[in-house]
Structure formats: C-alpha cells, structure tokens
Design a protein around this ligand. Structure first.
Ligand code: ATP
Ligand code: ZN
Length: 290
C-alpha cells in the first residue's frame, strides 16, 4: 500500500504509445512536472501528486494493490490481467482493438474455421475467453512481442493481436478476421480504501479532467447577425446556456457568442448562415467549468 498519506500516486506508462498523450492530459489540467525523462518517480510541482513511470503491463496490479491510487492504462491490459480496479473514465486515446488475423489466402473466413488451430498472442486470457464463449477449442501460444511474424515462422496458424490501422498486419501478409475487443486508454482507481485527504485530491483531479474533456469536445462560436434574426439564431444554437447577445454600433445588428458541441459544428454553421449570420468565428476552448 502507498504509505504516504497525502500524496496521490498515479501510475503512467514510462515510454510507449500512451505516454505522450497521458502527460499532455496531466499538463492540460494544470499539473507541472520537472524533468520526468529517465526517472521512475516524479513529483508534481504544484499539486500533491507523484507519478510512477512504469511499463504499462505493471500498471493494473500496482493500482489493484494500492501502491498507486490511480493509473492510466489501456483497457486491454486491465482486462487481460483481470485486475480488481474501478474504471473511472474512458479517455478516447490509445484506441485499438484486439483482433484475430490470418495469413492472406488461408481460406479462413470466420472464427469457427479456427477450431484446433494454433493462435499466437500476448493476450492469452482474452483470446481463450473469446473461444470458450464460442465453444471452440484452440491452442494458444504465448508470445511477448512481434506476434505478427509467427505465422511466417511456422510458430502459429493465426494471431490474436492489437490493431489500430491494420498497416502492420498488411505488411506481414495477414488480414483481419474478427475484432474480439475494443480498447482505449482508461483512468483506473484502486478498490483499496483511500484516506479522506486522498479522496479529496482524486475528486479535484476528476473535476479538472471533466473540464478539460468537455473543453476538447466544445468550441466557442461568435458571429454577427441582424437583430430581427436573433430568435431564429438562438433556436439553432445547441448551447447549454442561452447565447450571449451583445449590441453593436449598427442598431440593426448584434453580436452573438456561445459554446457548442464540436460534433454539431458543421450543421450549425450552415443553418446559421442561412438564418443571416455573418463573420462566423470558431475558437478552441482551453478549459471549462460548467
Ligand atoms: P511497455 O514497454 O510499457 O510494456 P508496450 O510495448 O507493451 O510498452 P505499447 O506498444 O507502447 O506497449 O502500447 C501501449 C498501449 O497502447 C497498448 O496496451 C494499447 O492499449 C495501446 N495501443 C493503441 N494502438 C495500439 C497498437 N496499434 N498496437 C499496440 N498497442 C496499441
Ligand atoms: Zn507492455
């Protein structure tokens, strides 16, 4: 257990696909660190937080055992390790899938064709579970890395591996057969008890993350519009609060400001133009407390 009573300990991947975006996320919620390169532990300068920089495979156990209260790690690792932790947030990066892939021209077209085959994987638990649920019996071969070359080497017939674009599979003469798990980076919390001081820090941390994630999903929109079009325009804008309407030097015109969800951006833009809005400006938002 993390014996330090006040400092919140967070495990992140030391060096790999999740490292950069995790550090960016921590910095975007205001945490400042000095020289985290080549170090195992780093203290934040301005928040009672300490980062533990380790291999992603070790993160679920460290969080499960309470060595760290929080961790940033792919769902694929937490599920493979069957770690007893709480998932607090899905983070929308490190997106990939665990997929079965077969050599091109193998004639295999569905999972049922794999009965009795040898499957190389770094994810034996998730792979076995998939086949057990289908009632199929396969032979899994555990390989730690470079799983995609095993069919060429004759070590396995099929692989079960992480895929994002599919480029690595293609380069190795493989094609994706079926995806067995969607994964993304998650924030996980220990199920061990945490002191009230640390729980307060966790809550503060989550509020900041919420603000940052909401800001990423939103845009600030500004435009000018004829005064008589204000009601129509306010109806079009899908904002949480009513838009701000400001007078302009020209009595017949007003400026309208609001915050909109990014996914509605294009549709809203077109409708606003049709309703008479001009000079529409869209800005990214640094942070937001709703
Ligand atoms: P470590 O040295 O920390 O053990 P690693 O080699 O196991 O690193 P990375 O390749 O850096 O791990 O991948 C870390 C995580 O990134 C994966 O567990 C997964 O959640 C996610 N990820 C996203 N896309 C991919 C992909 N195409 N291949 C592998 N992992 C991916
Ligand atoms: Zn790893």
């Amino acid at each position: 257990m993390n014996s330090k009573n006040k400092t919140l300990r967070i495990a992140i991947q030391k060096s790999g696909r999740l490292s950069e975006q995790t550090l960016e996320l921590l910095q975007s919620i205001g945490l400042k660190f000095n020289g985290y390169k080549n170090r195992l532990m780093v203290q934040a300068r301005n928040f009672d937080v300490e980062l533990l920089l380790i291999r992603d495979d070790d993160i679920p156990e460290y969080v499960q055992d309470g060595v760290c209260e929080l961790g940033f790690v792919g769902a694929n690792v937490t599920l493979e390790r069957k770690a007893d932790v709480k998932v607090l947030r899905n983070l929308d990066y490190g997106i990939c899938r665990l997929s079965l892939a077969v050599p091109k021209d193998s004639g295999i077209t569905k999972a049922e064709d794999l009965s009795g085959k040898r499957i190389a994987t770094s994810y034996p638990n998730l792979t076995k579970q998939y086949f057990e649920e289908k009632g199929l019996s396969v032979d899994t071969v555990y390989i730690n890395g470079a799983v995609e070359v095993t069919p060429t080497l004759g070590v396995a017939d099929v692989i079960s591996d992480l895929v994002s674009t599919g480029g690595t599979l293609k380069a190795n003469g493989l094609e994706e057969l079926v995806s067995i798990l969607h994964s993304e980076c998650q924030l996980i919390q220990t199920n061990r008890s945490v002191s009230p001081e640390k729980q307060e820090l966790i809550d503060k941390f989550l509020t900041r993350m919420e603000g940052s994630q909401q800001a990423d999903r939103s845009r600030y929109i500004m435009m000018n519009a004829p005064t008589q079009a204000v009601d129509k325009i306010c109806e079009i804008i899908p904002s949480l609060n009513s838009p701000t309407v400001l007078p302009l030097a020209d009595d017949n015109m007003v400026a309208i400001h609001s915050v909109i969800p990014i996914e509605e951006f294009w549709e809203v833009m077109e409708q606003l133009k049709e309703a008479g809005a001009t000079g529409i400006v869209i800005l990214p938002i640094e942070n937001m407390i709703v």
